[in-house]
Ligand binder design. Structure first.
Ligand code: SF4
Length: 347
């Protein structure tokens, strides 16, 4: 049976070449073709002996998912991919000045059911393999290459909870970060989690100091239990110490994602609570005005309310960035494009 070579990490490839009696430098050669030159047919890997190309052809394939739909608006392109088993995932490519950032999915659907998120409504289908995660990145790298541009950042913030698919996600990050893989520096890789505390401690041992982003969305347990139900298992008094531990070990500040919902979490009372949680901590807050998902009763706040909330945090010394997305057409926000395309039925 053939394997998808994108799901093989450096150790597995080294072992493979050893098993077939080839030198270990073949790993670098093959990875260079796949991840740097973006050549995805073994017969085109011209610095390999023909016999070896045939052997690779026999044992492996490279699967780049089919693009079902691509919607471009402002500085954002949403891509809907079909996987080998016909499951559908999405990735988002964002251009800002000379930076190109790809947001990748890590699962088909998601089991965490955050109460503002389109992906959560679909339920969970399966984890993506590291090869399926890397294939999204390769597609984007190639797409940008054809436009004369480079991919600079990758964020694990698309469909799914990355830390619930820990092994495959880490495997993909290692190839993404490796100089013989895609070669994107740890500072340019971010991973967003709802706050799976044991996995955050595990991640702090990985020695790749990526940016950790926490889907916070509420500054107290009472509201967070509603918006992000996993908070009942890992409440703020457990989550925040895990974040500060990660920050200390990795020397990175923590990003806190905060989706703004009118009259729910955008009041000055909530802003005060947020300041109390994060004041004098290595923290950065990303404020994200909510994009409507019809199944939820929430409203996107007015720009006046958004600015007031942002100013309050800034005045109290919190590092904050307002991330306005123009997502009406592209349905920005995790899972929203896929939901529109296939119908937001449970999977
Ligand atoms: S916000 Fe993330 S973790 Fe929560 S339901 Fe959506 S995809 Fe899952």
């Amino acid at each position: 049976m053939k394997n998808n070579i994108l799901s093989f990490d450096i150790d597995q490839l080294t072992q493979y070449f050893k098993d077939i009696g080839e030198a270990s430098y073949r790993v670098n050669q093959v990875m260079d073709w796949i991840y740097k030159k973006m050549v995805w047919e073994f017969y085109k890997m011209t610095n390999l002996p023909i016999k070896l190309r045939e052997k690779l052809e026999e044992d492996f394939y490279i699967y780049i998912p089919k693009v079902l739909n691509k919607i471009e608006e402002y500085n954002t392109i949403k891509v809907l991919f079909q996987l080998e088993d016909k499951e559908i995932i999405e990735a988002v490519l964002i251009s800002h000045k000379n930076r190109r950032t790809l947001c990748v999915s890590t699962q088909v659907g998601c089991s965490f059911r955050c109460n503002f998120c389109a992906t959560g409504l679909m339920g969970f289908k399966r984890n993506l393999s590291s090869g399926e995660i890397l294939a999204q990145i390769l597609w984007a790298k190639n797409f940008l290459f054809e436009r004369g541009e480079n991919l600079n950042n990758v964020v694990y913030m698309g469909m799914g909870e990355p830390l619930a698919n820990y092994e495959e996600v880490i495997k993909s990050i290692k190839i993404l970060n490796s100089p013989i893989g895609i070669g994107i520096g740890a500072k340019h890789i971010s991973l967003s989690t709802v706050g799976l505390v044991p996995q955050i401690y595990k991640l702090s041992k990985e020695k790749i100091p990526i940016t950790l982003a926490i889907s916070l969305h509420a500054p107290d347990n009472e509201l967070r239990n509603v918006l992000v139900p996993i908070n009942k298992k890992y409440p703020l008094e457990e989550l925040l110490p895990a974040c500060w531990y990660y920050s200390e070990k990795m020397g990175r500040r923590i990003s806190f994602e905060y989706v703004l919902l009118e009259e729910i979490n955008d009041t000055i009372e909530m802003a005060e609570k947020l300041v109390n949680l994060l004041k004098n901590k290595p923290a950065h807050v990303n404020l994200i005005p909510w994009n409507k998902v019809s199944e939820f009763p929430w409203k996107r706040p007015s720009i006046l309310r958004i600015k007031k909330f942002e100013k309050f945090l800034k005045d109290k010394g919190i590092n904050v960035t307002l991330r306005i997305s123009y997502g009406e057409k592209i349905k920005a926000g995790c899972g929203q494009l896929r939901g529109e395309f296939i119908g937001r039925k449970k999977i």
